[in-house]
Write a new protein. Sequence first.
Length: 167
Amino acid sequence: MKTKHKVLHWAVLTLIILLLIPGCSAKTGLKQDDSYSIVVISPKGESQNFPVKLSWNSNMVVMQKLLMEATFVLSDLHTSENPPKASALPQSTVMLRASFPQSRIFTLTIDNQSRDIDLNSIEIEVEGPHQGRVILNDTLILQGIPDPSLKPAFDEFLNMLRIAAFE
């Protein structure tokens, strides 16, 4: 009976270790310490880039929520048959841009296939006619999951930046 108990104990311990170790490994994805900017593209195709500077008193929960929603958009990408041209946009477009100091390998699902892609930058359309549109390395245009929670998370993030600027 004692032997069965020891075997069961070791089996449970091994199972827990096998489940926890992969969860503790470094994950690729958007992180707080990456460089972020907000890109606004006018209907005429003119773009303005506003770097995001987080102050020491920024609410990191708001930032994490935005990154979580942006990561959800990236979780299932599809090639777009007619990618929109910036000059043809009927309204302003707002994108969240993440730039990486050193290129990183991301494992992304594109057209139902897992692909490793070496990335220097990712842009995600937050406001505009193609919410969830993703631009990888300034060249590859894909459509991500249109997440209805992305815009409210982005608005909350902008609010946090405004409040932090006045403190």
